[in-house]
Design a protein around this ligand. Structure first.
Ligand code: PEP
Ligand code: MN
Length: 358
């Protein structure tokens, strides 16, 4: 069984950075009395710009070792190169995590995976800063191929030029969902601290992660968040963590409630038949596209006509309003349909002329 499946949700908490021995021991003392499975603390900190606090390095590993010995609480830290890894192993760190900026580099990830071969230490792989599901999956597979049997993914959100909807890192929920579809057995841990970037929103993002079927959470916790040496705005106090954990609603994938099951069954059958109808309609629409392509070809007209596409989009926006559907959703959906229609018409242009059906 995966190391991370021992609790549901599996909770990881602790400061962004291990700042001082006192800070580390103070937070550990609080976490040891809570339902927390693993304590986190950054020892080497990847900072965006030079001059910021970059971690205490080796001395901080001694503090984490002391946490293990004093409280019997397993500990984890981020490693970014093989020197970090060698030291982390020497100090008996229980779980290794790979940061978002390291995961973007397959050479570096492979070096770390090679160095871990034979250890079977659990590894957590944060999503890369870029919204690239293949790169994330690839990094996870490098550790699996190196013989690590407990690998977890951490969803910490993605960089964008502007922060979406007040988040620090855009959640892009379809990406972890797609990764889980590809690897159903993978443990998925949410990092609401780095997604939200502010402590007031940590609880809300944590709940969303659980509702998205995540297995655990990593929540940055500091005895005095405002005075933190890194990520001060997003860390919560141990007392706030206790409240957040006590208010989380853990939902199940299935239910034993017979009437709930029956209602779901009925609604899903209705949905399945609508999906079949939608697909039949889309197929008919694509057939029309082919016929339109033939007309355009014989009349020497371009495949794409911007004015016609604007007209379609305007019409769709008016309709989406009528149905209470979001314009972004409807136009996004139709962009896909329209692109396929263009592809069909382009292939008609390249073909020998066809007879136009009446
Ligand atoms: C962190 O967890 O403190 C951290 C640096 O994370 P990330 O790699 O997600 O930025
Ligand atoms: Mn942090």
């Amino acid at each position: 069984m995966s190391f991370f499946k021992t609790a549901r949700p599996y909770i990881i908490a602790g400061p962004c950075s291990a700042e001082t021995r006192e800070q580390v021991m103070a937070v550990a003392a609080e976490l040891a009395g809570m339902n927390v499975q693993l304590m986190r603390a950054g020892v080497w900190k990847p900072r965006t710009r030079p001059g910021a606090f970059e971690g205490n390095g080796q001395p901080a590993l001694e503090w984490l070792q002391e946490v293990r010995q004093t409280y019997n609480l397993p500990v984890t830290t981020e490693v970014a190169d093989t020197n970090h890894l060698e030291l982390a192993l020497k100090y008996g760190i229980d779980v290794i995590w790979i940061g978002a900026r390291t995961v973007v580099n397959p050479f570096q990830v492979q070096r770390l995976a090679d160095a871990l071969r034979g250890t079977n230490i659990p590894v957590m792989v944060k999503n890369p800063v870029s919204p690239d599901v293949d790169l994330w999956q690839g990094a996870i597979e490098r550790f699996e191929k190196a013989g690590i049997t407990s690998v977890a993914a951490i969803h910490r959100g993605f960089s964008g030029y502007t922060a979406a909807a007040g988040y620090r890192n855009q959640p892009n929920w379809p990406i972890p969902i797609e990764l889980k579809r590809r690897k159903p057995e993978l443990t998925m841990i949410g990092d609401p601290s780095h997604i939200s970037g502010k402590r007031a929103r940590v609880a809300e993002v944590a709940q969303k992660a659980l509702d998205m079927h995540f297995d655990g959470l990593m929540i940055e916790t500091h005895p005095d968040p405002e005075a933190a040496w890194s990520d001060a705005a997003q860390q919560v106090t141990p007392a706030q963590l206790r409240t957040i954990l006590s208010q989380l609603i853990v939902r199940e994938e299935t239910t034993r409630d017979m009437s709930g099951q029956e209602q779901l069954e009925y609604l899903r059958q209705s949905m399945d038949s609508l999906d079949a109808e939608i697909l039949d309609l889309v197929a008919r629409r694509m057939e029309l596209s082919g016929q339109i392509g033939n007309v355009k070809k014989s009349c020497n007209m371009t495949v794409f006509q911007p004015s016609r596409w604007s007209e379609i989009v305007d019409g769709l926006c008016a309709r989406s309003n009528m149905h209470g559907l979001s314009k972004d959703f409807v136009t996004g959906l139709y962009e896909k349909i329209h692109n396929e229609s263009i592809r069909i018409q382009l292939s008609v242009m390249e073909d020998a002329p066809k007879e136009i059906k009446k």
